[in-house]
Design a protein around this ligand. Structure first.
Ligand code: SF4
Length: 440
């Protein structure tokens, strides 16, 4: 087993390893379910934004050279800093059973921790190859924890591309943190937990708004430092900041914490609804709530207006990729008057998305899963103005004359909250402007 630490920017092709008017109540609306060939990235992709978020964590992928190339290509900007991810390559000797993979892994981890005393939390990240050879990373994490605790916490999760989609990597990573969190009991003061990786700038904005509302005990998962893990218990209420955290939410609920029913904080309306869910749980008077949010909400609406004029009436088609599709379609429809023709999502969690689904028009087809050829046929027939899809489909669709937007960009860009509402709209307007310029 050798370790591949990313050292320089790579421009390798990421496609190489892909692993209208009336709303329909979410409980009743038809959902097209498809289980055919899919075109999605694997959960390793989450490392690209997670390693920036937890600043003293390290992600050691136990995988193949393909896995190493995927994350190195996608996170190539790390040439400017000491990388906080690497791949322990499972080579031919490991695959042939000639080497003891567990002993090799222990050796690699020990050497890594000796060289990098700044690492406080180490994630062993499983991949397709480690699953194929049935390398038990949970036992490896337990064994290595005994050796390296308390200096380093060692956890594991799977980022494998077998039956997963790329944002599930974050869900699996955060879910692995839940058993580590300190438990509080019913006597503990009421606290709010915001769950899902947000850009630091967005997190700081939300912190200020919660403080102005009078909600003081607020924590974020994941935290910026391994030592700042929040405590959870029956007096914890949590708000999901991302729609793809199914396992994390389930494990949090098992601790007694309660999920607040809210839309996702995209755009002016989405952000207000999200903040209102917390304000209501803290019995904040409606007048005070309006007073606190009004200036930022007004700024967001003003930032959206020029985009609404440009985007209104455009027809959009979402291929399933990031699991952000339903909240994005809600934002585009209700705040920018865009017409969502089809909203495909890899998995549809009706409870988590209830408030968003309720706002989508009846004419929008919601589809879950994928049969890529059939979906491409529907897209060609619909002739949308803009297609949101993964990188693997974008180039072929552009070649056919469609205007596309890479859905993965929405995970790398700060898009939540009032101050980012205009930037979010810009992400959808830009490809249309580019297409118009190309046609001139
Ligand atoms: S985990 Fe699987 S799908 Fe992802 S890069 Fe590695 S081999 Fe490819």
């Amino acid at each position: 087993m050798t370790v591949l630490i990313p050292t320089r920017l790579s421009t390798a092709n990421l496609d190489a390893c892909p692993s209208t008017t009336t709303a329909a109540p979410s409980a009743e609306r038809f959902v097209l379910r498809e289980r055919g060939q899919r075109e999605v990235f694997c959960g390793l992709t989450g490392i690209i934004w997670l390693h920036r978020k937890i600043q003293d964590a390290f992600f050691l992928v136990v995988g193949s050279r393909t896995c190493a190339h995927l994350i190195q290509s996608a996170a190539g900007v790390m040439i400017f800093a000491e990388p906080r991810f690497a791949t322990a390559i499972i080579d031919e000797r490991d695959l042939a059973g000639l080497a003891d993979c567990n002993a090799e892994l222990d050796r690699v981890v020990t050497r890594l921790l000796e060289r990098r005393p700044d690492i406080k939390m180490l994630f062993l990240v499983g991949s397709c190859p480690s699953e194929v050879i049935k390398l038990d990373l949970s036992r490896a994490a337990e064994r290595l924890s005994r050796e390296h605790t308390p200096r380093v916490r060692i956890l594991n999760y799977s980022g494998s591309g077998i039956e997963t989609t790329f944002t599930q990597g974050e869900d699996a990573c955060l879910a692995s943190l839940i058993p580590e969190l300190r438990r509080t009991d019913a006597a503990a003061p009421k606290s709010l937990l915001v769950v899902g990786a947000l850009a630091d700038v967005v997190e700081d904005q939300f912190k200020r708004i919660f403080a102005d509302l009078g909600i003081d005990s607020v924590a974020f998962l994941p935290p910026r430092k391994a030592a700042d893990m929040p405590a959870v218990g029956p007096n914890t209420s949590f708000l999901l900041a991302q729609p793809f955290l199914t396992d994390t939410a389930r494990l949090l609920e098992a601790t007694g914490a309660q999920r607040l029913l809210a839309p996702f904080p995209l755009g002016a309306q989405g952000t207000t609804g999200w903040l209102k869910a917390a304000a209501d749980a803290w019995n904040i008077p409606a007048e005070h709530f309006r007073q606190v949010i009004a200036p930022a909400e007004k700024r967001a609406r003003a930032a959206l207006e020029p985009y609404r004029l440009r985007l209104a009436g455009k027809r959009i088609f979402f291929f399933p990729d990031s699991q952000l599709e339903v909240p994005l379609a809600r934002f585009l429809y209700s705040e920018l008057s865009v017409d969502p023709v089809e909203v495909g999502t890899p998995y549809l969690h009706k409870q988590h998305l209830a408030m968003e689904l309720d706002q989508l028009p009846e004419t929008t087809l919601i589809s879950e899963g994928q049969d890529v050829e059939r979906q491409l046929d529907r897209c060609r027939e619909a002739k949308p103005d803009l297609v949101v899809c993964g990188l693997g489909l974008a180039n072929p669709l552009e070649a056919e004359g469609f205007t596309t937007k890479w859905s993965i960009e929405l995970l790398f860009t700060p898009v939540q909250g009032y101050e980012q509402a205009g930037d979010l709209a810009e992400l959808f307007a830009r490809p249309l402007v580019r297409r118009t310029r190309l046609e001139v």
